[in-house]
Design a protein around this ligand. Structure first.
Ligand code: URP
Ligand code: ZN
Ligand code: ZN
Ligand code: ZN
Length: 478
């Protein structure tokens, strides 16, 4: 088996950093050594197959993006990244594991939805992948199927308080699913927005001629996120189900999560780069020569981008520091403007929801270290270690230690990356939500289960390198 030595770098974990060399044998990390050490009298540099020089660079656990939607059917079209293109883009950006959402809808069997997702992903991924299960139709059949997900390595499922008629569950359905979550340890993931009320607000806006993307943000008011988050917390409190709220964007929703956690509940929250950087005013309200006021469609996602005047973005950074929010995922769900976002030219309700960021999460979050919002260790924790623990992968993933999968990024803090340009990113999109973002830092080398898949701006991986991860129950519960 091939051996690799990552030499001379600063190895970073969620709890500290230090100069060390990392020895990889095949797919596994076998030793983290004092700099330049010999092993049983052997000079490692001379005896390994490959030496990666990490002098002056950070050696961090490969990124884990626990919220992606490759090929998701939505609004009459499908997310534009396949498992092949999306995982390759992820690899380019220093992410070595994704957890994507298998889909079950009303009238479909959970087993069939999961099997279909396996078909889409198998043999196509550049990096390792796991699945959560969307339960879009809670009924006796899907409730009975839920405990069996654990044997399949699917230890978390997502419900939607939004999107009536599509993925929506009412409170009775949520209660029943949460009872199973409490009994089995399956983690309940929640899209917390009051969908029925939002649909009324959206209809009223459109009736008055307010059809542009900006009004997507107006209809999906923060009160709708706060209210749903609170309701989910109370149902979790009642049932004892562990609860993970996805794509949190409203500061009031964060306050609900903090309150529940102070109350001792197993309640957690994730935010996404778009809610840290982008806003209702600047992006959803944007205009361009090409698209007029439809420009904002590039940033239509749910929950929506929030008002900067209201201070949500700053609050998200703060919550990441104080652990009121535990993780950053992308909610990667890309749609092209042509033929996809365009479906909603006359009515924002028909714009497929989602932003593509899977390639940029590590770079964007590292900017938090540059600006002093996050420590280097917290950056590693938010982007890799906690995702691994939250979703039952820790030990193999999320940490650089003997016995772990050799998923490692050599990150150059003195490098530079222009991340957003349509022609330079690797996601299957005709635009970028991040055009013009300049990054202090650079993903130099990406190693996935021992194989160098990105090196010096060259892609060396291939489709099929990534394997399905059977996940265990969450290792993060209080
Ligand atoms: O806008 C979004 N978030 N699209 C993906 C589906 C979801 O709700 O996560
Ligand atoms: Zn969602
Ligand atoms: Zn999502
Ligand atoms: Zn570099």
């Amino acid at each position: 088996m091939a051996t690799t030595l990552i030499k001379g770098g600063t190895v970073v974990s969620a709890t500290g950093r230090g100069e060390a060399d990392v020895l990889i044998d095949g797919e596994t990390i076998v030793a983290v050594l004092a700099p330049g050490s010999e092993l049983l009298g052997t000079d490692l540099t001379a005896s390994v197959d490959t030496v990666v020089d990490a002098t002056g660079k950070y050696v961090i656990p490969g990124g884990i993006d626990a919220h992606t939607h490759m090929q998701l059917p939505f609004g009459g079209t499908s997310a534009s990244d396949t498992f092949e293109t999306g995982t390759r883009a992820a690899a380019w950006g220093g992410t070595t594991t994704i957890v994507d959402f298998a889909v079950q809808k009303y009238g479909e069997r959970v087993e069939d939805g999961l099997a279909h997702w396996h078909e889409l992903a198998a043999g196509n991924c550049a990096i390792d992948y796991g699945f959560h299960q969307i339960i879009g139709g809670v009924d006796e059949d899907s409730l009975a199927a839920m405990p069996r997900l654990i044997d399949e390595g699917v230890s978390s499922f997502k419900l939607f308080m939004a999107y009536p008629g599509v993925f929506y569950s009412d409170d009775a359905q949520i209660l029943k699913a949460m009872q199973i979550s409490a009994e089995t340890g399956l983690l309940t993931m929640m899209h917390a927005e009051n969908g029925p009320a939002i649909d009324v607000l959206a209809e009223q806006l459109v009736a008055k001629g307010n059809t542009s993307p900006y009004f997507h943000g107006k209809a999906r008011a923060w009160q709708m996120e706060e209210e749903a988050t609170h309701r989910a917390i109370m149902l979790s409190n009642l049932t004892g189900a562990p609860l993970y709220v996805v794509h949190v964007s409203a500061k009031q929703a964060v306050e609900q999560l903090a309150w529940a956690r102070d109350n001792g509940q197993n309640v957690f929250g994730e935010t996404c780069p778009q809610y840290l950087y982008l806003s209702l005013e600047e992006q959803l309200g944007a205009t361009s020569e090409e698209w007029g006021d439809f420009e904002g469609a590039k940033w239509v996602c749910s929950t929506p981008l929030r008002s900067r005047a209201e201070g949500h973005q700053d609050h998200m950074w703060q919550a990441l520091r104080t652990n009121d929010l535990q993780m950053v995922s992308t909610d990667h769900c890309p749609f092209c403007m042509k033929d996809q976002k365009e479906l909603g030219l006359a009515d924002f309700r028909a714009i497929p929801n989602g932003i593509g960021s899977v390639e940029h999460r590590m770079n964007l979050m590292y900017q938090g270290v540059v600006t002093g919002e996050l420590s280097l260790e917290r950056f590693v924790e938010l982007t890799s270690t906690t995702p691994a623990r939250m979703f039952g992968m820790y030990g193999k993933k999320g940490v650089i230690q003997p016995g772990a999968d050799a998923d490692i990024v050599v990150y150059d803090p003195n490098g530079h990356t222009s991340i957003g340009y349509e022609k330079t990113h690797h996601m299957n999109m005709d635009h970028s939500a991040w055009e013009g973002y300049e990054i202090d830092g650079h993903v130099d080398t990406v190693i996935a289960r021992g194989k160098i898949i990105v090196d010096d701006d060259q892609y060396l991986g291939s489709k099929g390198d990534g394997k399905y991860l059977k996940r265990g129950l969450s290792q993060y519960l209080l």
